[in-house]
Ligand binder design. Structure first.
Ligand SMILES: [Zn+2]
Length: 400
């Protein structure tokens, strides 16, 4: 979902994450959209202000760098002020390798190249965290926690993972902000996204400093995630690949803990069933804690068969289906792709019908644009590369 959030959606997403955003001055119409593009958005950039009393400066900017200078300003006491809704002068240009790592939600955020062809002000949200940036000025817990919540709120609203969040210093060699570890910050955002915090809108959530971490509850199955082949597994992980694991467990005979059928969200029932399966392979201890390892997962999916989608058959369906009346299913792989587009936020779940109609063409075009394709390369007819990225993220394979 690469369309920027509206001002109202931004406010409700932040409130759902337990924040109390201050709507500063005319932030809803304050932007630099007259100077360049705003959207599609692909990520989130974290900054420090390198100064004090920076709220007004962030709104107005300077004669050489006109405001707004960010989307949100975060004071030392955790007060989050909304500064802009639209293009803002916060990120400047980014290196393509750094930008693509963020766009593709790679676990690895490489050192940015020196060439910077990307207009990051068009493609990212930015927060300015008030801090002197000298490495000695602390980030109070209440401030840091609010920054994590701000980033998690936007990730959640767009269906992004924490790897859509980078520091300014990770997008360009010109900058050093923020002074804290971005790997740790992303881990904190991921914990919020997978934990209890903010999963559902909760306008009566406690103040930001009262619940810095999900409470530790003893007696439940393992609740951590692993990344295997670029996909997350374990408690809180989400996507069609999670459903695929659940279905494979059931078909292998390890489904006794499900109260309802396996679904796209990894729950304790998935963990318990997976642990049963690991024990059947002879694993014990932490190797049988119900969080997948690459070996057991590979065996399970091989046993059940990961779906392979043919590009040629998909293209033929995409070209022939739209004018057809009703919802004839000409190729069963269409449903797999639709489920992935739906999970990515581009297709309403009610339109996952196996028919590659005009809704699906539009949804696929959005996916292509998210990857940076333009013009005829973003016409909604699948190609091998765009489909391969989708397949890697949502757990299917691609053949010619
Ligand atoms: Zn910065």
């Amino acid at each position: 979902m690469a369309t920027p959030l509206s001002a109202s959606r931004m406010v409700s997403a932040l409130r759902a994450e337990g924040l109390r955003p201050v709507e500063y001055r005319s932030w809803r119409t304050h932007n630099r959209n007259h100077k360049g593009a705003w959207g599609p958005v692909n990520g989130i950039v974290v900054h420090h202000t390198a100064g004090r009393n920076s709220l007004n400066l962030c709104y107005n900017g300077t004669s050489s760098l006109p405001g707004p200078l960010c989307h949100a300003h975060l004071a030392k006491d955790g007060t989050l002020s909304l500064i802009s809704n639209g293009r803002a002068n916060h990120a400047g240009s980014f290196a393509a390798n750094a930008f693509n790592a963020m766009l593709n939600e790679s676990d690895n955020h490489p050192r940015p190249d020196s060439a910077e062809p990307i207009d990051a002000n068009a493609r990212t949200y930015g927060i300015e965290i008030e801090n002197l940036g000298n490495g000695r000025d602390p980030y109070p817990a209440v401030q840091y926690d609010a920054a994590v919540r701000w980033a998690a709120a936007i990730c959640r609203a767009h269906g992004w993972s924490a790897d859509s969040v980078i520091g300014h210093k990770e997008g360009t060699r010109r900058k050093i902000d923020p002074t804290f570890s971005m790997d740790k910050f992303r881990a904190n955002v991921a914990a919020r996204l997978s934990g209890q915090g903010g999963a559902a809108p909760d306008v009566s959530a406690p103040a930001p400093d009262s619940k810095p971490n999900p409470p530790k509850v003893s007696g439940h199955p393992a609740r951590y995630q692993v990344t295997i082949n670029g996909q997350r597994y374990g408690y809180g992980a989400y996507g069609p690949h999670v459903t695929a694991v659940g279905r494979a467990l059931v078909s292998a005979g390890f489904g006794r803990h499900y109260k309802s059928g396996p679904g796209p969200k990894w729950t304790d029932a998935d963990t318990k069933n997976y642990a049963d399966y690991q024990r059947s392979l002879g694993y014990s201890g932490s190797d049988a804690d119900g969080v997948p390892g690459a070996t057991s997962l590979g065996k399970l999916l091989k046993r059940s068969g990961v779906r392979t989608v043919s590009v040629a058959k998909l293209v033929s369906a995409a070209k022939s289906n739209p004018p057809m009346s009703g919802t004839p299913v000409t190729y069963s792989g269409v449903r797999t792709v639709e489920a992935a587009l739906s999970a990515a936020g581009f297709l309403a779940s009610g339109r996952v019908d196996g028919h590659f109609g005009s809704d699906t063409v539009r949804a696929y075009a959005k996916w292509q644009r998210k990857l940076g394709y333009r013009g005829r390369d973003a016409d909604g007819i699948p190609g091998h590369s765009s489909l391969s990225v989708l397949a890697a993220r949502y757990g299917f394979k691609v053949s010619a």
